[in-house]
Design a protein around this ligand. Sequence first.
Ligand SMILES: Nc1ncnc2c1ncn2[C@@H]1O[C@H](COP(=O)(O)OP(=O)(O)OP(=O)(O)O)[C@@H](O)[C@H]1O
Length: 264
Amino acid sequence: MNGGRTGPGLLAGRGVLRRLGGVAVVDGVDLAVRPGRVTALVGPNGAGKSVLLDCLSGLARPDGGRILLDERDITRAPCHRRARLGVARTFQQVAVFPELTVAENVQVGAEQPRPTGAGGTMAGGGPPGGDAVPGAAVPAAVAVRQRVAGSLHLLGLTPLAARPAGDLPLGVLRLVELARALAGSPRVLLVDEVSVGLDAGQVAWVARVLALVAREGAGVLLVEHDLGLVSRLAELAYVLDGGRVVTAGPIERVLSDQRVRRLW
Ligand SMILES: Nc1ncnc2c1ncn2[C@@H]1O[C@H](COP(=O)(O)OP(=O)(O)OP(=O)(O)O)[C@@H](O)[C@H]1O
């Protein structure tokens, strides 16, 4: 795949290099997260997937290469600026505020100023078929409340809205993180190991939500060990091993590649 091609809504890494402890843990990666699609990033433990996500989201500064969004070089843009540009992520180690309620955690994501022209499931302020107010003439506080409500609804979290996040199990916290990311109507969503700690029903729910997010125009990058979930959702995949892309392409071809099968 051509990781260097650019265009509206496209997040691309070009020759991304990240050294940790003197070792290139991400080593010259070209990758593209295309709008309206789920792209998978898979590979064995320690392959460099999370570090690459850190470089794409702005949590880490690459030691070489570039990150592009809409053909703009955002390599040096910090996390919060990328978030404002519409790049959202979830974390392998869930990162919620335990003392805040579920709704307050989601509100943190909803308060990101929304990028103009953003697509996405919650861009209209509510879930599909929900009570979104169309048009832009909605007061900011009302719009935030709508996005929080829409995002909670989408992830099935409305009944837990007032519960402190610190009281809730890991699986629910993953949903809270995802709701927070979606509340900002991201154009690009980076999802790190979302299935860990979820039961089968929650995984199916998340799969439906991610498919919807992509269908409504956002680019989704799914870092995931659950290859069942990957094959159900992703159209394209990159396989990382030792910090390098060993193969990339349409999901069926990648997952049937003998080299890939030997990695697990
Ligand atoms: N802060 C750090 N300092 C030094 N090395 C690190 C640091 N963070 C990650 N690494 C190393 O970088 C490599 C890539 O780690 P990374 O977490 O990106 O792998 P991964 O593909 O996400 O693995 P997993 O599937 O187990 O989460 C590993 O060898 C890891 O030990």
